[in-house]
Write a protein that binds this ligand. Structure first.
Ligand SMILES: Nc1ncnc2c1ncn2[C@@H]1O[C@H](COP(=O)(O)OP(=O)(O)OP(=O)(O)O)[C@@H](O)[C@H]1O
Ligand SMILES: [Mg+2]
Length: 341
């Protein structure tokens, strides 16, 4: 992990403050409105070729179920110590029950997660196989989802729940993976809070007036309508996104290039990725950024400090396979290691 000298100076200057902020993650109250997804991983050993069709027959070995999409943002917040209220929809199915029990066992409040009898719990099931003593590889992925929007009554119920909880939370996160929960009715309820963080794959302008947006590079490109290929276009996109969304701040997460923060006073700051080696799996890193950043803001961080802590949390999860979470104590250790370089 080698970071630029000028950034290292800035980091050393605020190190005490960052350690202090990490102490304050515990107990922050956050409401997350999201497209709650279940990620499923089934594996088995190859037995033979079927006689029904030219396909492999696998002997089932393991099933792993983990929160995905907006549920991963919820889960990351909980593991960082927050008191999380999840808001969204589960289908009337086993996948929804699994996700609810994962949430329950992590102390996540699921009162705001309603059952939608018309649409399945969004589920992505990867089926992987391996021959005896060989590597496991994915063979097929099966997605369960609906293209219909939730019933208007259900939308109103969710919006009502959100409004009833606003005064009990320190921040609201919208985690919009395009799966239908974030309708205008629900967005408008969520944006009634004074601190709103939006991680949306498309249509950022629907969240006009939110505090902060965290698009990744492809999402930013899609929103501004041009390719972001060099420092000039990064800057232009940052300010175009501020104009489009009327936000206080825009944080573009740029994968291995780290992140860039823009504010409505015309300031622009860049944070390099903290580790460019030992990167195994970047899936879900954006959800981890949102979680750590939100808790930093509720602890009183500046936007820059919050972005740095988001980046720090991401540098930990990209070293692990699959969507993962981290904790304040792992973050403290990673910060200490970064300062000692
Ligand atoms: N290849 C990488 N090397 C180092 N750090 C990375 C890499 N990819 C991502 N990161 C870290 O993770 C942060 C978020 O990554 P990215 O911009 O890919 O988010 P994302 O596409 O929204 O992720 P997802 O939607 O899968 O949650 C980056 O700002 C950076 O700190
Ligand atoms: Mg993302």
């Amino acid at each position: 992990m080698v970071i630029e000298a000028s950034f290292a100076v800035q980091l050393h200057a605020c190190a005490d403050r960052l350690f202090h902020l990490l102490e304050c993650f515990n107990g922050a109250r956050v409401l997350v409105v999201g497209d709650l997804t279940l990620d499923e991983f089934l594996t088995g050993q190859v037995e033979r070729i079927s006689r029904e069709a030219p396909v492999l027959i696998l002997r089932h070995e393991t099933t792993k179920q983990v929160p995905g999409g907006g549920a991963n943002a919820v889960y990351n917040l909980a593991k960082l110590g927050a008191q999380v209220k999840a808001v969204g929809l589960f289908g009337k199915d086993d996948q929804g029950r699994s996700l609810r029990s994962i949430f329950d066992s992590s102390g996540i409040d699921t009162q705001g997660v309603l059952i939608d009898p018309d649409r399945p719990t969004v589920t992505k099931t990867r089926i992987s196989g391996h021959a005896r003593q060989s590597v496991t590889q994915q063979i097929v992925r099966l997605d369960r989802k609906s293209d219909d929007l939730p019933d208007p009554h259900l939308q109103l119920q969710l919006a009502e729940y959100i409004r009833s909880q606003l005064s009990t939370v320190d921040a609201v996160v919208c985690s919009d993976y395009g799966d239908g929960v974030l309708t205008p009715t629900i967005i408008s309820a969520a944006l009634s809070h004074s601190r709103t963080i939006v991680d949306a794959q498309t249509q950022l302008q629907r969240y006009q007036g939110a505090t902060l947006f965290t698009p990744n590079l492809p999402e930013a490109e899609q929103a501004v309508g041009y390719a972001i290929t060099n420092p000039q276009t990064v800057t232009q996109a940052g300010f175009d996104l501020l104009a489009l969304t009327q936000a206080e701040q825009i944080l573009i997460t740029r994968g291995e290039e780290g992140m860039s923060l823009f504010d409505s006073q015309g300031r622009e700051q860049h944070i390099p990725a903290f580790n460019r080696t030992d990167v195994f799996d970047v899936t879900g890193a954006g959800d981890t950024v949102v979680a750590a950043l939100t808790l930093s803001l509720t602890a009183g961080a500046s936007f820059w400090e919050a972005a740095v802590l988001g980046n720090l949390a991401a540098s930990i999860v990209v070293r692990q396979f699959g969507t993962t979470t981290t904790t304040p104590s792992e973050m403290k250790a990673a910060l200490q290691a970064l300062l000692e370089e």
